[in-house]
Write a protein that binds this ligand. Structure first.
Ligand code: ZN
Length: 270
């Protein structure tokens, strides 16, 4: 059964439940960072954790890191499962920030793929099908088992940057190889000629680059979720009812929530 809940709202709810600070607050934005409103929200952050998969949002975050001087803690996983066998896996963790190599120089995204995503090609099944089977944009490996390692590596980068253990705040970009159990470090900055940590640095909103635009896939996903939620019946229940606490909005407002029919009907068993 699909519950049609935005990941942003679930993440905010989980953060509130796990928070230990007294006045912790979490605000969710059901937006893509490539959309103008999402970009504006991200530009107001002190630190950004990047968990995106596609090249366009990575390119936007890369720009934010250098033009707006907002450190972006990024990570990624690559699995080599050619022939249906696990041949290797790697995960990266690094911080895009002035003085450090940017995500484009680290090879985290290909600028050519950014345009392909902007013009909708990455959402065109014919375009994807035409790519080689081992192309990064076609790979569909289940990387869940490595996700915790990648997330932990990102948190290590963040802790090192903010607390500087032993006086060291930058240990470089990390790339871990599962096959050999070795960790590569890249401690130099951007490649020669890279514009991010040179001509674009600290330009803020004056950067002569337009990276935002309409994201039709995001718009369609939001619209589909809204339509699906409207189909759920409204049910009045007590604030202490277990079902109602499934949504922070419901909990805070007291008593009215949207609850899916239970047991689910045939339409919901997808
Ligand atoms: Zn660079």
């Amino acid at each position: 059964m699909r519950l049609h809940r935005a990941k942003a709202r679930l993440a905010a709810r989980s953060a509130r439940r796990a928070a230990t600070a007294t006045n912790f607050q979490a605000t969710s934005y059901e937006l893509s960072v490539v959309e103008q409103a999402g970009f504006a929200a991200a530009a107001g952050c002190d630190v950004i954790f990047s968990c995106v998969d596609r090249p366009w949002p990575r390119a936007v975050l890369n720009l934010l890191a250098y033009t707006h001087l907002i450190p972006v803690v990024d990570g990624g996983i690559a699995v080599d499962a050619r022939g249906g066998r696990l041949r290797g896996a790697e995960w990266r963790a690094h911080i895009a920030a002035p003085g450090r190599a940017c995500m484009e120089c680290l090879g985290q995204y290909d600028p050519a793929h950014v345009q392909a995503e902007r013009d909708g090609s990455l959402d065109d099944p014919a375009y994807i099908t035409g790519l080689p089977a081992d192309h990064p944009l076609r790979r569909k490996e289940n990387v869940f088992v490595f996700s915790n390692s990648a997330a932990a590596a990102q948190l290590n980068q963040f802790i090192t940057m903010t607390t500087a253990p032993g006086g060291v705040a930058d240990t470089g970009a990390h790339l871990y190889h599962l096959t050999t159990a070795t960790l590569d470090h890249r401690e130099d900055g951007c490649d020669t000629g890279c514009p991010y940590d040179s001509m674009l640095r600290a330009l803020g909103d004056d950067a002569p680059v337009t990276v935002t635009g309409r994201h039709r896939s995001a718009e369609q996903t939001r619209a589909a979720r809204t339509r699906a939620v409207r189909r759920w019946p409204l049910r009045r229940c007590a604030p202490s009812t277990t079902l109602c606490t499934d949504s922070d909005e419901i909990t805070q407002s007291g008593s009215i929530g949207r609850i899916p029919p239970w047991p689910p009907g045939p339409r919901d068993q997808r």
